[in-house]
Design a protein around this ligand. Structure first.
Ligand code: GDP
Ligand code: MG
Length: 166
């Protein structure tokens, strides 16, 4: 079982991404949750089964400090921002630092721009996202937890990078 982490600012859609990926559900105007959420999901890469334990940091992210429990044994992460909120994009460096401090800078991180269904409201361009990812050696995906676009690809990318580390 590989533990992977969902991190990023509050309201970017971390919990929504987890629900969509693991349960194929989307809740409009999801109530703010608190505590840790965790779900398992398996996928097949090159004929081998990868079991993911996906941890969602819920509620505590606004304090910009997190529990040891959340990061403990993390093997990689999906770092999420909201494409319709540039503030959440500006916080990516903070989160990447937190991650590398706690799980080590050798771990794969995938950068995710969420909410691409809200086409009228974009504040961050695809190029800005891609540039940030490139300069930090991360893969980059634009997704929607609402429509499901891009989500499987993003998780698959992270899982296949974990695979290489085994
Ligand atoms: P979290 O705080 O990062 O876990 O964010 P949530 O998953 O609670 O989502 C915050 C709000 O954004 C909720 O009202 C969600 O319904 C909404 N949301 C999340 N992802 C998307 C998306 O891809 N598209 C749209 N339109 N809304 C989204
Ligand atoms: Mg949440």
């Amino acid at each position: 079982m590989s533990k992977i982490l969902l991190i990023g600012d509050s309201s970017v859609g971390k919990t929504s991404l987890l629900l969509k990926y693991a349960d194929n559900e989307f809740i409009e105007g999801m109530p703010l949750s608190s505590g840790l959420a965790q779900k398992n999901k398996s996928l097949i890469i090159n004929n081998s089964i990868i079991n993911l334990s996906i941890w969602d940091i819920a509620g505590t992210e606004q304090y910009k400090s997190m529990t040891q429990l959340f990061f403990k044994n993390g093997q990689g992460a999906l770092l999420v921002y909201d494409k319709t909120n540039s503030e959440t994009f500006n916080c990516l460096s903070f989160w990447l630092n937190e991650l590398y401090l706690h799980i080590g800078s050798d771990k794969p991180v995938v950068i995710i721009a969420n909410k691409i269904d809200k086409t009228e409201d974009f504040q961050v361009t695809t190029e800005q996202g891609q540039d940030f990812a490139n300069s930090n050696n991360c893969k980059f995906f634009e997704v929607s937890a609402k429509t499901g676009d891009g989500i499987n690809e993003a998780f698959y990318s992270l899982a296949s990078q974990l695979n290489k580390n085994i």
